[in-house]
Structures are given as structure tokens and as C-alpha cells.
Write a protein of this length. Structure first.
Length: 380
């Protein structure tokens, strides 16, 4: 508010009444005008505002007619006519710490209202205070979201860890029964029986590594061990490694020809990041073509993994890079939602970025952009 030259109570009262329709009273109310907490005094029954201090006059919804401002309850439901806090207090309803929201173009603001009815005069007068608690309310919302993410994580993690352990138990029990029936196992027979167990052990190893990586990333302990290597060779190796997994879901994994490209990166971390992108494409690629492309421009390397699958809505393209979020919420649940978060943290550790864009015709295109040369701890 602009600074005003002090005026006499009568002149000031007349001006406020003319500008706002609010009648000010002398005496203790002048003290209330200096309070930082928005304060009203309203007439019982009529809800006519008798006094509004400076803080209250700065809040339009307190002095406007009901319905002009958007007010919501704590759950976000619009208040119906007659539910305005001033109207409720004028009817004699007890309001002690009742929360509500005021929607503004900049977002919602949350207030808690207290009302005290004084019937020593007739008609009675209700004194109301409106304490803003927007920051606390948002902190509470953030906490509830975090608790929800925690519960989701615990549920999915329990499922993810239980599945390989169950398979391991079945394999070992089968081997135990076989050993009791037969005097000896041939080497090939034993190797065949152990292969499923080894697959599950590797799966558990990946799960544990992902959890460790998240812990390191959140504590800024992602240390790079950089070395010089030829990127195209690594990409061809990964393409060959995941080709069979892609074929099992009806997809074809291809890599476009690329020039020889020497980079100075943490090879193991980049391999992990690209593996996560390929695995994600296989999971959500809907059995379509998956392609890998490399491009170098202005000492920046662009590595793209494209699929023709279900795609990701534009509004979710930032969310899926957060921990415990999945590319298609509700579509699948056999994932901790850590893969893309780890990709982003590896990119950041290299001074780069990872971005997601939709493809014409459907699907997703993930682009990992890293500088050609990255400083880091020497290898060896």
C-alpha cells in the first residue's frame, strides 16, 4: 500500500467508508489497524463489515460480495454461497482454526480463521482474524506427497525383491530334491539348473546398485572415473547385448551408422545410463522398432534412443526423471522408478542433460547430451 499522510479519525473514517463501504470506529479499533494479522469486526446477523484493519483491506475477498473471489475449502472444493467465513461467523457458527484457500492468478493462498462473538452490545459484533499459513500448508502437502512416494516405493521394492528371492528359493529346493534322488549331477545338468538362480542374483544386484546410486546422487557423492574410449564401439556392444531381450517382446533394436567418436567419460556410468534408456524403450516400446543414434556437434555429443511405443504425456515428461516415478503410472509396476532418475544424475555429473520429446506418429525420444571431454578422477 502507498504511504498516506496521517488524517484525523473522522476524515479517515469517511474516506474508508466512501472507498470500501466499510465503517471505521474510533478507539481500540485504531490499535487493531496496526496489526499485521488481517482483522475484521462484523455485525451479527447481517454480516455487515463494521471495521477492517489495513491488513484485511489488502485482501479483496474479505470485502467483496460473496462469490466474486474463488474460495475453496481445505480439500479444494469451492465454497457455496453462504459458506464464506464472514457469513458463517455472522450466523454465530464457531470458527476456531478453520482453514480455507483463496485462489489467485499466482496460485492459492491458505488462511486459518478465528472468530469471537461479543453480545455485550446489540446487535452483537464478531471479531475475526485471518492468519495466513500458505507456507506451512505447502510444506504439509509436500510432506504428504513424500510419504505417498515412500509408501509406493516400499510396496514396489518389496515386490521387486520378493520375486527373485522366491525364484532362488524354488531353484535351490529343486536342486536339493534332485541331489537326494540322484547320487551325482552331471556338470551340464547342474549348470542348466543354476542358470535361473544366477539370473535372479544378477537382478538383485541391479536393484541394490540402483538403490546405492540414488543414495550417492542425493548426497552428491557421484564420483566419475573418466577414461578415453570409442563411443561407437560401446553403443554397438550394448545394441548386441539387448537385442535378444528386445526380440522377446517383439521389438527390433537397431543402431544407425556413426563416425568414430573418441570421448573422455566415465565408461561404466555412461554404459549404465544408456542401458537404462534401452531397457525403458524395450519395456514401453509396445513391440515396435527401437533405434539408437549418435551425433556430434560443437564438441557436444547427442545420443538418442527412440521407440514407437505408448509415449509419455507432455505434462509428465519432467516428472518421470524424479526418483520412484515410472514412465507410465499405472501401466506397469515391476519397476522401482529409479532408472531415468539415475540417467539424469549421470548426465548432470558429466555436465550434460537428458531430455524427453514425443515422436511424430507416437513413441518417445530420449536425448542424452554430454560434452565431448569431461574432467574426472583418473582411471587407475
Amino acid at each position: 500500500m502507498r504511504h498516506r499522510v496521517p488524517q484525523s479519525p473522522s476524515v479517515r473514517s469517511a474516506r474508508v467508508e466512501r472507498e470500501t463501504g466499510v465503517v471505521e470506529r474510533p478507539g481500540p479499533e485504531r490499535v487493531l489497524d496496526f496489526l499485521a494479522v488481517p482483522t475484521l469486526r462484523v455485525e451479527e446477523g447481517t454480516a455487515r463489515v463494521l471495521f477492517a484493519n489495513a491488513a484485511a483491506r489488502a485482501l479483496p475477498f474479505l470485502l467483496e460480495a460473496s462469490g466474486q473471489s474463488t474460495l475453496l475449502d481445505r480439500e479444494g472444493t469451492p465454497l457455496f454461497p453462504g459458506q464464506h467465513p464472514v457469513e458463517r461467523a455472522a450466523r454465530g457458527e464457531p470458527l476456531e482454526g478453520v482453514p480455507f484457500r483463496w485462489e489467485t492468478p499466482e496460485g492459492h493462498r491458505t488462511f486459518v480463521v478465528h472468530a469471537r462473538l461479543d453480545r455485550s452490545c446489540s446487535p452483537g459484533v464478531v471479531t475475526m482474524t485471518f492468519q495466513e499459513v500458505t507456507q506451512w500448508s505447502r510444506a504439509e502437502e509436500d510432506l504428504l506427497r513424500a510419504l505417498g512416494s515412500r509408501d509406493t516405493f516400499l510396496s514396489v521394492a518389496s515386490h521387486e525383491l520378493k520375486t527373485p528371492i522366491t525364484v532362488l528359493q524354488l531353484v535351490l529346493e529343486r536342486l536339493q530334491r534332485g541331489a537326494r534322488r540322484e547320487a551325482s549331477f552331471s556338470g551340464s545338468h547342474l549348470a542348466e539348473r543354476l542358470e535361473p538362480a544366477l539370473r535372479q542374483v544378477r537382478r538383485l544386484g541391479v536393484l541394490v546398485q540402483n538403490l546405492l546410486d540414488v543414495s550417492r546422487a542425493r548426497n552428491n557423492r557421484f564420483v566419475l572415473v573418466c577414461e578415453r574410449f570409442e563411443l561407437g564401439g560401446l553403443m554397438r556392444e550394448l545394441c548386441e547385448r539387448f537385442s535378444e531381450q528386445a526380440r522377446q517382446v517383439g521389438s527390433e533394436l537397431t543402431m544407425e551408422d556413426c563416425p568414430r567418436m573418441e570421448v573422455h567419460w566415465d565408461r561404466l556410468r555412461v554404459e549404465q545410463a544408456v542401458s537404462n534408456l534401452i531397457t525403458n524403450a524395450i519395456k514401453y516400446g509396445a513391440g515396435g522398432l527401437i533405434s539408437i543414434r549418435l551425433e556430434q556437434k560443437d564438441r557436444q555429443v547427442f545420443l538418442r534412443v527412440e521407440d514407437r511405443g505408448i509415449g509419455v504425456p507432455e505434462g509428465d515428461r519432467e516428472r518421470i526423471f524424479h526418483p520412484f516415478e515410472r514412465a507410465a503410472s499405472g501401466h506397469r509396476t515391476e519397476s522401482l522408478g529409479l532408472g531415468l532418475y539415475i540417467v539424469r544424475e549421470i548426465a548432470r555429473a558429466h555436465g550434460g542433460t537428458v531430455e524427453l520429446a514425443g515422436r511424430d506418429g507416437g513413441g518417445s525420444c530420449f536425448t542424452l547430451c554430454l560434452p565431448l571431454e569431461v574432467a574426472g578422477m583418473p582411471n587407475g
